[in-house]
Unconditional design. Structure first.
Length: 79
């Protein structure tokens, strides 16, 4: 089963996901990223407009970027 990592990125600053998670495919990784983004926004007390520069980057076990998920897009969906 493929292994995916979910890194939190803001500008040049990056919070690395060092554990990752096994998921069936890239589509499942997108949905997991969506849930992660939603959880971050739900837990945050920041004004949602301030998330414009933040994103989740999903990589596979080989370090290839599979998805880039801008948090601002999820902030707009959550309103």
């Amino acid at each position: 089963m493929p292994h995916f990592f979910f890194h939190f990125q803001h500008g040049q600053a990056r919070l690395q996901d060092r554990l990752g998670v096994d998921l069936p495919d890239a589509e499942a990784a997108w949905y997991q990223g969506y849930r992660n983004a939603r959880d971050i926004l739900t837990a945050s007390e920041r004004d949602r407009r301030q998330w414009g520069e933040h994103r989740l980057e999903v990589e596979d076990e080989f370090g290839a970027r599979v998805w880039t998920l801008p948090l601002m897009e999820f902030a707009e969906l959550a309103t």
